[in-house]
Design a protein around this ligand. Sequence first.
Ligand code: NAD
Length: 436
Amino acid sequence: MAAPVVTRNGVNEKPHSPVPVFENSPTFSMACRQLEVVAEQIDLDNGVLERLSKPKRALVVSIPVRMDDGRTEGFIGFRVQHSLTSGPSKGGLRYHPSVDLGEVAALAMWMSWKCGLMNLPFGGAKGGVACDPAQLTKGELERLTRRFAEEVHVVIGPRMDVMAPDLGTDEQTMAWIMDTYSMNVGYACPEIVTGKPVELGGCIGRREATGRGVVYCVIEALKELNQKWTESTAVVQGFGNVGSVVAQELHLRGVRVVAVGDRDGSVHNAKGLDIPSLIKHVNSGRSLPEFGQAERIPPEELLTIPCTILVPAALERVITKANASKIKCRVLAEAANGPTTPEADTILSDSDIYLIPDVLCNAGGVTVSYFEWVQDIQQLWWNETQVNQKLEELMLMAFHQVRNVARKRNFTMRTAALSLGIQKIAKEKSRRGLFP
Ligand code: NAD
């Protein structure tokens, strides 16, 4: 018989076991590894670690869609709720060809830590459909979205699980979900999603909130480093909802944004890109590398261009052990979720790069989503100044909490941010107890 394992808490328990269904996912393994590192540092109870290392619920659905040419194509969709301890679960819905269950489960876990860190009354969730939205027509996207909303209807609800936009989805996607859910329940239910159009009960400033939150964090980091805006340069990977707002906000503050990349390619101009013109160019339907006032560069060079502020704002796992030592920035602001692998993290923590970890850096989105949910439930509307002021206040509070814990306990910024988020949920779990 195997000997019982004595945990660091002195309790005879098995150490937490991996979840076979996610075992092959590098992103889920990465999220679990981060949790284990922090659990060790904060001496987390093993029973709570066991519960936090698995999602509460995961639903896989098949989504048959009638395509414009009459064919029926089958897509696979996922909704994972990591925690429902603190309130309804909250998290984005992404459309991307590489979406799988493990990736969605990892993103759901990170959402839990983020909501915990920001002290929001939500658990973490995430959803996804494996598809390439750029290859689908608007009609196909609408049918796919409505069928997905119908299939996951059993696990969503304003008090159960509330979706928001993420990679490959936008306000229109949320409007279709809101309409599908409302048609099902028989009344208009704007609080079922956040990040929807303002005319349907969306919050002014939600679309820009993630990018603005990133920039509020960067401001604090630059202050600490005594680095002037006007003497700073930036590189941004991803030019969608988050990346374009970050580039725009940095440009407005006088930062030279010298390089930007998206799925179509990357462009560079050492004198600084004209960001408003680049936004107009991309919004007009032209591809980013076709922008005239810059030279094209190979996408793999983008992240290693020397700059003051580097902002990955596209996919996860783009900073790896292969390129981490080549990164030459002062501030690394993780606007994307999970852009840095644990191996790269170790390399970066030995450098003098000021890392603002994803759970803190991109928390502006879920924070304003929370404002939107509250407004929809109360039917009471805030103006943009109120939204932005409150967002800045909460982002700065979280930033300084993380900074203080990092200093006091000699933690990296990532460990400090994760420890605050994890501890909040762990405390709630312990106080509520284990059912039955
Ligand atoms: P988006 O779909 O609006 O934009 C994604 C951008 O990434 C696009 O410009 C796309 O071309 C680019 N991209 C895709 N593949 C790429 C590749 N291989 N190389 C370079 N660029 C590539 O998505 P978004 O909402 O801006 O989300 C971006 C990131 O921010 C994601 O990691 C998402 O999880 C995270 N995030 C988003 C929000 C939000 O409110 N939207 C909130 C928190 C975190």
